[in-house]
Design a protein around this ligand. Structure first.
Ligand SMILES: C[C@@]1(CC(=O)O)c2cc3[nH]c(cc4nc(cc5[nH]c(cc(n2)[C@H]1CCC(=O)O)[C@@](C)(CC(=O)O)[C@@H]5CCC(=O)O)C(CC(=O)O)=C4CCC(=O)O)c(CCC(=O)O)c3CC(=O)O
Ligand SMILES: NC(=O)C1=CN([C@@H]2O[C@H](COP(=O)(O)OP(=O)(O)OC[C@H]3O[C@@H](n4cnc5c(N)ncnc54)[C@H](O)[C@@H]3O)[C@@H](O)[C@H]2O)C=CC1
Length: 203
């Protein structure tokens, strides 16, 4: 399995099933802002609340292959093994497909995600142990506190400015290395100091 970061903004995602796992996959996708449609005869409170909050569409009936034909991504999350399998078989090999009870019938698996602003860490065990994935996520969550979000904003501002400067690659790299010192993450004054010294340089 190849890890990627993919832009799903505005993409059509169909989730077949409206239970606990359907809701969890939709929450996993929330910051990516896709257009989600759930198809299921019954929706859980979680799915109903999500759809109310976000405007996701609900189609209340059993799913048919035609519901999935124009989806960029399909998540098969019913509690019936045979239904998930049969629908997966009807999909195009060019669609992104997650089969929640049999990963090998699809081509996408969901990682656990830690997000601190522009820093994203995704974890997977290739389906070997979702519980280990969850445990590692909790470990990393305590290792990466909220300060990383501000730090990434700072790194990004510095880099965007440095990219435009007419200085040598060596000098640029030296500065980019320098701001990786952890003191720049923890000390706001150091950040302000170096940022203003970079921002006044001529482009
Ligand atoms: C292959 C994959 C496909 C996919 O769903 O994308 C998949 C498949 C399956 N999961 C199962 C079970 C559980 N999954 C979790 C938890 C998570 N599962 C997630 C992803 C994935 N799960 C993909 C691979 C991930 C990887 O590579 O590690 C996470 C990371 C992301 C998310 O769901 O958003 C999320 C944690 C994130 C978080 O906490 O933030 C728990 C833990 C719990 O609930 O305590 C259990 C119960 C314990 C257990 O069974 O181990 C079953 C058996 C179902 C059954 O028994 O019927 C299957 C089917 C099978 O094994 O074939
Ligand atoms: N990948 C993962 O992370 C995990 C996957 N699972 C698997 O996920 C599956 C779903 O689990 P839950 O959400 O807890 O089940 P659930 O019982 O809460 O929900 C099942 C949903 O499927 C819908 N459904 C049934 N037949 C349908 C049809 N023909 N068309 C459309 N929708 C239909 C039901 O109306 C209901 O909304 C199970 O097969 C379970 O083995 C379970 C745990 C974790």
């Amino acid at each position: 399995m190849q890890p990627f970061f993919i832009n799903l903004k505005g993409k059509k995602v169909v989730i077949v099933g409206g239970g606990k796992i359907a809701a969890r996959k939709a929450k996993n996708l929330e910051t990516a802002q896709p257009e989600i449609t759930f198809v299921a005869p019954e929706f859980s409170e979680d799915v109903l609340a999500l759809s109310k909050q976000t405007g996701y569409s609900l189609i209340q009936r059993e799913a048919f292959p035609a519901d999935l034909s124009d989806a960029f991504m399909v998540i098969l999350a019913t509690n019936h093994r045979q239904i998930n399998k049969a629908l997966a078989e009807q999909l195009s090999p060019n669609q992104l497909i997650c089969v929640v009870d049999e990963a090998e019938e699809g081509n996408v698996i969901f990682p656990a995600i830690i997000q601190r602003g522009q820093l994203q860490i995704a974890i997977s065990t290739n389906g070997a142990s979702p519980k280990l994935t969850r445990k590692l996520k909790q470990d990393l969550e305590s290792q990466f506190d909220q300060s990383w979000e501000t730090y990434l904003e700072f790194l990004s501002r510095c880099r965007n400015k440095l990219k435009k400067l007419k200085i040598s690659i060596e000098e640029k790299n030296k500065l980019l290395e320098k701001i990786l010192d952890d003191r720049y993450r923890t000390n706001e004054h150091l950040r302000a100091e170096i940022l203003s010294s970079i921002l006044i340089l001529e482009e």
